[in-house]
Design a protein around this ligand. Structure first.
Ligand code: ISE
Length: 342
């Protein structure tokens, strides 16, 4: 039987996931849609054949719901994820897991106490074919010991409210997970270098920034975050190892056009275009695992570690200092399950 899913929050990502679940994803059915905006909820529910429940917590506890997809604003995640744990049903929570370290760690401990993994966090890059290939180059030893990771993350544009803190919590959070995924170790400190800002940025917002992470073993990871580049969606990652380097994200456009005495192509305009296949694979693997009663992806611990690093990153922006990341002890059952490379 199909996994019956409540989708909480149907702004951009939630609506995208609801559409995928009701069309491209096998073994799933969206039965309930909830959103702060009633008209948005009604529109998506009508499209996917679900009912509307204006109360997200009631939706989590409803009889026609087996699993929950949370794509509401980050501030709402803590209460909603906790309600899923209370009911003991699987949940795929878009990042961030929560918006502060204490609540994220509380969720890690609560899930561990249940003794089974229910939480997956929406770090979709782990399902992207290029990131999977990069990870495999590292684990197969082809690059030798990885020494450095260089990341570039550029968005063409973002809404006005996207200040430096938002850039860390909403955008850099992906490179935090990428670094942990690729290097298979925790991040120990964060430093942020802010230079000249684009004139497109509101006053006081540091756009772009260079974020420098150091892992527990001392490896260095750099991330250029630039969310008002005015160009397109550019996400590149290069790993430099003792025996070679590998770069992904360069050829987003496989069609090289030659016309009018010029050559060139187009770059993905946004994350849905760049990571569309990764989002679908993420959902399919989540649905398949949930139907078996398991989790097959980044878990609560990964979500918590990312929140902790981002919190340190926000402090690093504010103080200009190198800020250490302090993680609580990891409970035995805390879920972190990198999807395998198949
Ligand atoms: C957004 O929330 C995402 O998750 C995108 O992947 C990222 O590129 C963007 O900067 C974020 O705002």
């Amino acid at each position: 039987t199909d996994l019956r899913i409540a989708v909480l929050g149907v702004g951009m990502m939630g609506a995208f996931h609801a559409d995928a679940l009701s069309s491209r994803i096998r073994g799933a059915q969206v039965t309930v849609v909830s959103d702060f905006f009633a008209d948005k909820a009604a529109e998506v529910a009508g499209r996917v054949g679900a009912r509307v429940d204006s109360d997200p917590i009631a939706a989590i506890h409803a009889d026609d719901v087996d699993a929950v997809l949370i794509a509401s604003p980050g501030k709402a995640h803590d209460e909603q994820v906790n309600a899923c744990l209370d009911r003991g049903i699987p949940v795929l929570c878009e990042k961030p897991l929560t918006t502060d370290v204490e609540s994220a760690y509380g969720i890690v401990q609560k899930e561990a106490a249940l003794g089974r993994q229910l939480i997956q966090v929406g770090f979709m890059r782990r399902y992207d074919a290029e990131y999977v290939a990069l990870k495999k180059l590292i684990t197969d030893g082809e690059l030798g010991n990885p020494l450095l990771v260089h990341c570039i993350h550029r968005n063409p544009d973002v809404p006005e409210h996207f200040n430096s803190e938002f850039m860390i919590r909403d955008s850099v959070v992906h490179e935090v997970d990428v670094a942990r995924f690729l290097l298979d170790e925790e991040i120990a400190s964060v430093e942020v270098i802010a230079g000249v800002a684009t004139s497109a940025a509101p006053a006081g917002t540091h756009d772009p920034m260079l974020v420098v992470f150091r892992t527990v073993s001392g490896r260095v990871v750099t991330d250029e975050i630039y969310v008002r580049s005015g160009v397109a969606y550019e996400v590149r990652t290069e790993v430099v190892g003792e025996r070679g380097s590998a770069l992904i994200g360069l050829d987003q456009n496989l069609v090289v056009k030659r016309t009018d005495g010029r050559w060139g192509g187009s770059i993905a305009p946004g994350f849905v275009e760049r990571f569309g296949a990764a989002y679908d694979l993420e959902l399919q693997r989540w649905v398949d695992a949930a139907r078996r009663g398991t989790v097959d992806g980044p878990g609560a611990w990964d979500g918590y570690a990312a929140v902790a690093v981002c919190e340190a990153g926000v402090e690093a922006v504010r103080t200009g200092q190198k800020v250490p990341v302090v993680l609580g002890p990891r409970p035995d059952a805390a879920g972190s399950d990198a999807p395998s490379a198949d």
